[in-house]
Write a protein that binds this ligand. Sequence first.
Ligand code: ADP
Length: 407
Amino acid sequence: MYGYLTGFHKSEARLEASRKIAQHFGASEFIIFIPDPQLDILLPGQGFPQTLNHGEDWQPFLKICLREYHSDFLFFENNEVKTPVCGIPCGEDSVAVLIGGRPAESVLTELVPLLPLLGALLKKEQEVLFSESHAGIAVKAAYKSNLLASTLDSARQALHRSLMREEGGRKDVLELMNRKDEFMDMASHELKTPMTTMKLYIQLIEEKLNGTADKTLLKFIHKAEYQVDKLVTLVNDLLDIRKIQNGKLVFNFSWFSLSELFESAADLVASSKGSHRLNILNKNDKQIYGDRLRLEQVLINFITNAIKYSPGKENIVLELSGDDHHMKLQVTDSGIGIPAEELPFVFERFFRVNEVVREFQGMGLGLYISAEIIRQHGGTIGAESQVNIGSAFWFTLPLEPAASSGS
Ligand code: ADP
């Protein structure tokens, strides 16, 4: 029996040695079960057959064997038939089991004293394995966390660098924008006074020349006046933009007839631009509560655009309509139109349709300012357009109940 024991110190030789012990006692298998520290059940030790079905029968059987010699009939591996088994306690919470035979306890006397030795051996072996595997896991985990830490650290550094860059860039952009705004403010104000003076002088000269027969000089003066008017509009637009940005666009609200404003604005434009025919469809003469000058500005912007962007297409329709709640004003031309993909942006600041940039003068500010004016009146603004067919720009204004009742 002692001879068999030498085969147990290595798990590879263990199967061979255990089968010899089994045969010695007329059984087919000899297995030592030891407690699994993680599962808290008894399982075959290293090197023994590991297949053990029907745990629900085996575990209670092994539990009894922990205390005393015990025999039973149990399934082993894939056997269809139950096999005779007997178990003997071997200390260290382990059990030795003979499968395929049930020798009486008395027959096992030469084996029993050796069992605590085998139990202790397997238990020690399992502890070593267990701590080795734990140590392995710990080493791997340390390696992984090291890797993770350095990845995190380089990500943190990259983020820090890019934040610093972005912060620096943002500061530069903000400073440039501030400087641009300051320049715009200064330039607009500086230009405004001399231009008003120029305009006054031009008007004075115009009056003086009107009485004379010098038509050529008068023509030059008209041209000069036209250019000064353009500059005045541009400077006023720039000043308006700054006011919108600072929330300082001031409105003087009063009751007035939009229909009158509509006709006078049309007359004003028609007299200065003889190239187009303005067809007026005035279907609404209700009073509106708004800023007369600002609404005139929107209307004139619509009409001058309609003229500017429809060269050679002389018909422009101005229509004032409405219902009990709103007034709608629309300017329709048969001009170059706007591509569908650019139409949604026409009310944005500095936006100009790609096609027009080289051919037509402009800054892309008028519609942006118009949209802000209409928004401040609680109205809506919009446009429909088709390339080479024409465009319709419109705004609606809400009618106050007092206004709709005609007061
Ligand atoms: P500007 O005419 O000075 O460029 P606006 O803000 O008045 O600026 O108009 C913005 C852009 O919308 C114009 O540049 C033009 O491309 C387009 N647009 C405006 N009105 C018309 C129109 N009636 N027909 C075609 N395009 C138009």
